[in-house]
Design a protein around this ligand. Sequence first.
Ligand code: ATP
Length: 440
Amino acid sequence: MSEVTMDKLVALSKSRGFVFPGSEIYGGMANSWDYGPLGAELKFNVKKEWWKMFVQERLDMVGIDAALIMNPKVWEASGHVATFTDPLVECKECHERYRADQIDLKAACAKCGRKGTFTEPSSFNLMLKTWIGPKEDASAVAYFRPETAQAMFVDFPQVLQTSRKRIPFGIAQIGKAFRNEITPGNFIFRTREFEQMEIEYFIHPSTWETVFEEWLAQMKRWIKHVGIDAAKIHDLEVPAADLAHYSKRTVDLEFEFPFGIKELYGIAYRTDFDLKNHGTHTGKEITYLDPETNEKYTPHVVEPTFGVDRTVLAIMCSAYHEETLTDEKGETDTRVVMRFPKSIAPIKIAVLPLSKKDELSSVARPLAERLAKLWKTEYDETQSIGKRYRRQDEIGTPYCITVDFDTLNDNAVTVRDRDTMKQERIALSELEGYLTKQFN
Ligand code: ATP
């Protein structure tokens, strides 16, 4: 089994339609990526599983879906206007820009090779600005949200009132966020437009340490559930000096990506920083009255945060396998197989008539339509069956169903398992029951 490299993954993503360069017919746009038919399914499955695990299955969680562009005062209160910055340096010779915290300022410029040419670091605000309405003046300035989190704080009073939840409870959201990153790159790892899945879990301050540990454990459960290689996950306890302005404790969950060990997810104890600030800035008291103890307090918050795109990338890195197969004649061949968990696989079933003959497609096509009511199903009747199996292995389809000439007599099909490559003959009448068992 050989290691996955970014070159292999990017090539597979492009050729099979997971992720390809955005606006490509116009020559593309730097660091803009589009999720193709398979990537869209994969990403949708990630979000669906996340919502199921953290919202649907928990009685202490509710979800929201807030506006991307919020009142700009939100970002003043949250501290983003003042402090959501990265240190920017520029090479005076070639004008290449870098994040000062990501390079050695004494080393040569990676682009032009000159030394000692960097400007002094300046603070660069990462929020993406726009204007609302027809006038492009200061009063119309707004920001695309740099995180989904703030909506959960701003909407806290309304969610509390309408959902009738009691502390401890959490608000979750999945949605786009925007950051004018100085150095985007590494495929979908760092882009200027990305998606987050975030939870703000509201608690009594006395419980934060336990709640933090519980959520950290839940994040690890998720990592396993979606097939991210847990052996490649590292906990980084962020040192006090590096903590974000709102955090008392942060643990980054890092993953061994092919380009290095980098942040996949984070969990932070945000104290009552956000609710307090929104209270101060709006003049409205944002507190919670415990109905049992009558204690009135500003809830504290533990925030587990997950990047959707980094999840997709870590899943793809973990799923990628190359296997050497030897046939009866002793000849070897390499099979690329994406071992996605079944719940995450973009296509669940491929229906493959052995040949393009009408007798077979007249059975196979209606069968594909029948199965598509239950699972995302693909129908493919071109090329040799071997090539079609390989294609399905490469896109991680758990089951291939072959309709052959025997099917016309025995009303049964062959079901091939992606991982074991074992084939089983199953009666058409029992197919849904059989597959339901496999997928559960
Ligand atoms: P980094 O240190 O890599 O810039 P961060 O600490 O700024 O990340 P957070 O503010 O904690 O990131 O954002 C929460 C999550 O959102 C991250 O753990 C990551 O999964 C995702 N994320 C953040 N920035 C990006 C980006 N530019 N592109 C893709 N995903 C991102």
